[in-house]
Design a protein around this ligand. Structure first.
Ligand code: FDP
Length: 313
């Protein structure tokens, strides 16, 4: 089933559907550029927050912003932009995006992606609408530019996946109502930061590593791609837990990933697929946004495993 038919049949808001379709056409353009690019690594710069910015980061950001200049979109916020970009004041939607997540992996030919979150204004001004919590999102999703280009999408009616049919140049339904398995024995964490971990993270991972002979009474496997969209894609496909906690490093005291562009959209998709997402204390979707570039610890995945993490001291 083509995404247009899917949206027409299952999603009621035509204006929201138009925004989703513009995101899809942006993703098709970005996907093709990733294939054709010569990866000019020497041309990197730094974005407003000191993160490395590659030419493809800038290209993806520009593509999205250009395509989203439609009457439905009131404002655009991006990891690559300093502030809120106001668009059509009569539009009802604000799009927040990480235009090219995982871009440090480009040259290694590892899956990367575009993450987005759509917030409705619903009569509020742009700032009031943005500075609420993630439960206010109307829609969220991410594209993965990997062996094939896929889309994970929710408009709060389940999480669904699509793939790009390169012959017809359209997204087609892959799986309706994805369900993240409740139990797992696979975890994902960058363990090179072990010496900076807080006690609960250290104990949780130690317990996993003890396997069958330890308190968890089962053996665990580990996977860490280091590209959030790829790690998330795996968890939507076969379950697992992803951990990017805060740690003892000063720069990581509030975590590393972005609440608006990464944690909120992923968490909405996860909850809609029956999983759980937390910052270690509260559900991600209950956190109030105070700054568009705000960072947060992020732990998400199979519900029972996230609960086990939360119960580890
Ligand atoms: P990247 O910097 O390559 O864009 O969002 C940031 C991110 O990648 C995530 O995709 C990924 O999960 C994380 O950083 C990896 O961080 P570490 O290098 O600290 O493991």
């Amino acid at each position: 089933m083509k995404i247009l038919s899917f949206l027409n049949e299952f999603s009621k808001d035509q204006n929201l559907n138009n925004v989703i379709l513009k995101l899809c056409s942006s993703a098709i353009k970005i996907s093709k550029s990733i294939h054709d690019d010569d990866y000019e690594i020497e041309k990197t710069s730094l974005n407003e927050d000191g993160d490395v910015q590659k030419p493809l980061d800038i290209f993806s950001d520009k593509t999205l912003l250009d395509k989203l200049r439609i009457p439905e979109v009131a404002a655009y916020c991006s990891e690559e932009q300093k502030g809120i970009v106001n668009l059509d004041e009569n539009g009802n939607f604000i799009v927040l995006t990480d235009p090219l997540d995982g871009s440090s992996n480009i040259e290694a030919n590892v899956s990367i992606g575009t993450i987005f979150s759509i917030i409705p204004k619903n009569g509020k001004c742009v700032n009031e609408a943005i500075f609420q919590n993630g439960n206010k999102q109307a829609c969220a999703g991410f594209f993965v530019f990997g062996p094939r280009t896929t889309l994970f999408l929710t408009y709060k009616n389940g999480t669904h996946s699509f793939f790009l049919n390169n012959k017809s140049n359209t997204f087609e339904l892959l799986q309706k109502n994805i369900s993240i398995p409740e139990y797992t024995s696979e975890y994902a964490i960058n363990s090179s930061y072990r010496r900076f971990w807080h006690k609960n993270v250290l104990n949780y991972i130690e317990n996993c590593l003890k396997g069958k002979d330890g308190p968890r009474k089962k053996d665990f496997n580990m996977r860490w791609v280091g590209s959030l969209v790829a790690d998330a894609s795996r968890i939507f496909t076969r379950g697992g837990i992803f951990l990017y906690p805060d740690d003892k490093r000063k720069k990581n005291k509030d975590g590393r990933l972005r609440l608006t562009y990464e944690a909120n959209p992923i968490s909405l998709l996860v909850e809609q697929a029956g999983g759980k997402a937390t910052n270690g204390k509260e559900d991600i979707l209950n956190l109030t946004i105070n700054d568009i570039h705000q960072r947060t610890p992020l732990i998400f995945g199979s519900k029972e495993e996230v609960d086990t993490f939360l119960n580890t001291e």
